[in-house]
Design a protein around this ligand. Structure first.
Ligand code: GLC
Length: 437
């Protein structure tokens, strides 16, 4: 069994660490301007102007069963949808606001259809819920708010009551966790500091006290006790969430304990659908990101931003297909795997990444660089019973304790040498599966 001790937390995280790979979905009114989900504040768009998106939002091509089929094929085992993003627009039929999808030409509860479709495909269900709300009349205007430079911002803030907004969040989280069956993940986003040294309300940030985060979390757990909750309320819960970067080692809490963690990443440079954004990650990057994450004990949540018509665009579809083609043959090195045991990890050759099955019996060598004819594994002699390519289950012959000649003298450094075909197999990252003795 894996020797790594992971900090215990209230939520049920065992399935999560086994499943490793999920789909993030950023979908809201911001798909209409189609130039980033922060567009309202980036361009300081007024409510009146932004309401045109509310007026015309009509995802007539919305088919969450198709989304779910693509996610499942890609090997994603769970999904997290933005039920409400920073714009404040609600993708479900909330009883606490009129700013919701059922009051647009969409005319339907988009969350309900999402939950039913992904659950039918066997994926676990998550909700992203924005703590930030640039539409709500009680939400105080601050440094990130679209109206931070409005001449009446200070006047408007005088009548805004953060406590009323915190109650609104508890009411909405109650709806989301009560009306849609078992929910596995609640993904709050996000707390942020104010301008250093400033006491100007318009330069302030917001954190756990503003959100009344303890009460918000307690509200969620009272309804769904096992739910996985992230750490972006500023109160550590079940999940640490490094974003848009690849940690180099297993994420730890402030006391140095290994934690359950999940890197979230975009296919391109935006979470929401961004028509003209061109920085799409290569197939190699996509596959290597997943392997890198699992090789240090983490999960990967890859994001799609569907169009306002309700379909996943061709670029995201192609990215999902990249995962589908690789995971179809190699998912055994991802699911139920984690960081290799320390004594093996120390032997990992350059250009390779290890993952190891939780039961310790199988080690996976991901060939990021494909060696010519041989892969030398110092320290592995006597450890391996059988070796094969994972993708096609074809045997790879190997020798132990081969005399290792260098600088004219022989040395046997407990070497195992795998023979590899000269031609790299048709896999973005070929994987060697070692059955350990
Ligand atoms: C950041 C972005 C937000 C996105 C989130 C996903 O907080 O500001 O738009 O939803 O990352 O992790």
């Amino acid at each position: 069994m894996s020797s790594y001790v992971i900090r215990k937390t209230p939520g049920d995280t065992a399935w999560f660490r086994h499943d490793r790979f999920g789909m993030f979905i950023h979908w809201g009114l911001y798909a209409m301007p189609a130039r980033h989900e922060w567009i309202k504040t980036r361009e300081q768009i007024s409510e009146e102007k932004y309401d045109v998106y509310f007026k015309y939002f009509n995802p007539d091509l919305y088919d969450p069963r198709e989304w779910a089929r693509q996610a499942k094929a890609a090997g994603m085992k769970y999904v997290v949808l933005t039920s409400k993003h920073h714009e404040g627009f609600c993708m479900w039929d909330s009883q606490y606001t009129d700013y919701k999808c059922t009051n647009t030409p969409a005319g339907r509860d988009l969350v309900k259809e999402y939950v039913d479709a992904f659950r039918a495909e066997g994926l676990r269900i998550g909700f992203y819920y924005s703590l930030i709300d640039w539409h709500h009349p009680e939400y105080p205007i601050d440094k990130n708010h679209p109206r931070r430079n409005h001449p009446d911002a200070r006047e408007m803030n005088k009548t805004r009551d953060m406590k009323k907004y915190a109650k609104y969040m508890r009411d909405q989280v109650t709806e989301l966790l009560t009306n849609y069956g078992k929910i596995d993940i609640l993904w709050f986003d996000f707390s942020y500091p104010g301008e250093p040294g400033s006491d100007d309300p318009l330069k302030m940030g917001k954190g756990k006290d503003d959100w009344e985060a303890e009460e918000l979390i307690a509200t969620a757990r009272a309804i769904q006790p096992d739910i996985i909750i992230d750490n972006r309320t500023q109160i550590e819960q079940d999940l640490w969430t490094p974003e848009q970067y690849q940690p180099k080692e297993w994420v730890k809490d402030k006391d140095g304990n290994l934690v359950t963690w999940e890197a979230c990443q975009t296919f391109s440079g935006s979470w929401g659908y961004y028509r003209d954004e061109q920085t799409w990650k290569s197939p190699e990057m996509l596959i290597q990101m997943l392997i890198n994450t699992v090789s240090i004990g983490g999960n990967l949540l890859m994001n799609v931003g569907p169009t306002s018509r309700g379909f996943i665009d061709y670029r995201a579809e192609a990215a999902l297909k990249t995962y589908a083609d690789w995971m179809k043959y190699n998912d055994r090195s991802i699911y139920g795997c984690t960081m290799a045991e320390p004594e093996l990890l120390a032997l990992c050759p350059n250009g390779c990444k290890f993952t190891q099955s939780e039961d310790g019996k199988r080690l996976y060598i991901h060939l990021f660089e494909y060696p010519f004819q041989f892969l030398e594994l110092p320290g592995f002699a006597g450890k391996v019973e059988y070796a094969q390519f994972l993708h096609d289950g074809s045997e790879l012959l190997f020798q132990d304790k081969v005399e290792h000649f260098s600088e004219g003298k022989s040395q046997s450094d407990n070497l195992m040498v795998l023979r590899l075909p000269v031609v790299k197999p048709p896999m973005i990252v070929p994987v060697v599966e070692l059955f350990l003795k």
